[in-house]
Design a binder for this molecule. Structure first.
Ligand SMILES: Cc1cc2nc3c(=O)[nH]c(=O)nc-3n(C[C@H](O)[C@H](O)[C@H](O)COP(=O)(O)O)c2cc1C
Length: 186
């Protein structure tokens, strides 16, 4: 049994929802999970956890600045134990944009931080037009129109592939554990 912390940075709650699913999966696998929101003043102490997972969503091309700030501050702890990172964005609704080297935001983000997460996932986000304010709604509609996504302002679309979330959860459960033949599952 490991103590696993899930640290999330969200605006509209979808990254939290993904974390809640991951918590459920690792708990089913017998681990103890904890959820903590990353904000500019959250003061999270990572030392007491055996494994660390950080998840963050994209808004107007970027994760919140406190995500890279938190990683910079904690890079030694992150490198000292099994860790994972995931990003949530609308571009990742396209399967070919769900790899660290094909998702433009993740590629750029990984190039600027010192941490090299051994496990990375990228999930499509949720587009929830009815909940957006005028400006955001129209900006997202424009982006979606340019990239062949949904533009009907009355709709909500969940682009997350929940089977991939499940697989990521199982991979977190297995992180850092050796198999009987001495290999570490990937
Ligand atoms: C105002 C706004 C800006 C966004 N900008 C981007 C963007 O630049 N690129 C992208 O791929 N997705 C973008 N998205 C989609 C979000 O990443 C997606 O809605 C995600 O599910 C949000 O996660 P959260 O609820 O955890 O914040 C944007 C969404 C909103 C509402």
């Amino acid at each position: 049994m490991s103590k696993i912390v899930f640290i999330y940075s969200t605006i509209d709650g979808h990254t939290l929802e993904i974390c809640e699913r991951l918590v459920h999966i690792v708990e089913q696998d017998g681990h103890q999970a904890s959820l903590q929101e990353l904000t500019s003043d959250s003061g999270i102490d990572l030392e007491s956890f055996d494994r660390i997972v950080i998840g963050a969503s994209i808004r107007y091309g970027k994760h919140r600045p406190e995500v890279a700030g938190f990683i910079d501050k904690n890079v030694h702890v992150l490198e000292s134990r099994p860790s994972a990172f995931f990003s949530v964005n609308a571009v990742a609704r396209k399967p070919e944009k769900r790899e660290p080297h094909t998702n433009p935001y993740v590629k750029k983000f990984l190039a600027k931080i010192a941490w090299k997460p051994p496990l990375i996932a990228i999930f499509g986000g949720r587009i929830d037009y009815p909940s957006y304010r005028f400006w955001d709604k129209n900006m997202i509609r424009l982006i979606m129109w340019m990239t062949n996504g949904p533009t009907d302002p009355t709709t909500t679309t969940d682009f997350t592939n929940w089977d991939e979330v499940e697989a990521f959860g199982r991979a977190i459960s297995a992180m850092g554990q050796s198999t009987p033949d001495g290999n570490t599952p990937t």
